[in-house]
Design a protein around this ligand. Structure first.
Ligand code: HEC
Length: 172
């Protein structure tokens, strides 16, 4: 190699080394500046904390207290009403359409579809038996699993019976 080639190589590698140094310095600076930001709170963790530390009760006093208490009682009553499945509806088509259809329309997990052939032997057991199987759950001989109340414990006996009766009117 000629002499001026060597000089060029030397300068060139010095420039490269300098650039590498600057890059590393910038990376470290970036990490440092990022570390200065206050960490962002996780909204899920925050909600969980709020739920954990919310007061278990409240103190009511005087006339405003009485009004607040009445409002709280009303809210509790409304919430309890929500526990009644489908607003207490005895309309089998509503309950079926919201719940039972999940299995009984497509025949999921050996659930009998609303076809006469699938129900002839079942109807022969008597409607009382069908009601009780729908309320208490039923594991038939062919390995199907009918969950008690279709899997919604909030359904009343009357609601389940009304739905079974409605299903029997829909067989094709
Ligand atoms: C998770 C699926 C599933 C849901 C939801 C479901 N069923 Fe069933 N149901 C079944 C299966 C599976 C069978 C068949 C059980 C067997 O005979 O092996 C069955 C059978 C029945 C039977 C016949 C029982 C008998 O004695 O032959 C009735 C009646 C019935 N279901 C009513 C309902 C009603 C009413 C609902 C909604 C409130 C409902 N099912 C929701 C899966 C379901």
């Amino acid at each position: 190699m000629r002499n001026h080639d060597l000089v060029f190589l030397k300068h060139f590698s010095q420039v490269i080394a300098l650039l590498v140094g600057i890059t590393i310095a910038l990376i470290l600076l970036g990490i440092y500046i990022n570390g200065l930001k206050p960490p962002e709170a996780n909204p899920v963790a925050e909600a969980a904390t709020l739920a954990r530390i919310q007061p278990a009760g409240a103190v009511f006093a005087g006339a405003t207290g009485a009004a607040a208490q009445a409002a709280a009682a009303q809210a509790a009553a409304d919430a309890a009403k929500g526990q009644v499945a489908y607003g207490g509806s005895l309309d089998g088509s509503v309950i079926f359409g919201n719940l039972c259809t999940g299995c009984h329309t497509a025949g999921v997990a050996k659930a009998p579809k609303l076809e006469k052939a699938a129900w002839a032997a079942r109807i022969a057991q008597g409607v009382e038996t069908l009601h009780s199987h729908a309320i208490n759950g039923y594991n038939g001989p062919d390995g199907g699993m009918m969950p008690a109340r279709g899997g919604n414990p909030a359904l009343s006996d009357e609601q389940v019976k009304a739905t079974v009766d409605w299903m029997l009117t829909q067989l094709k």
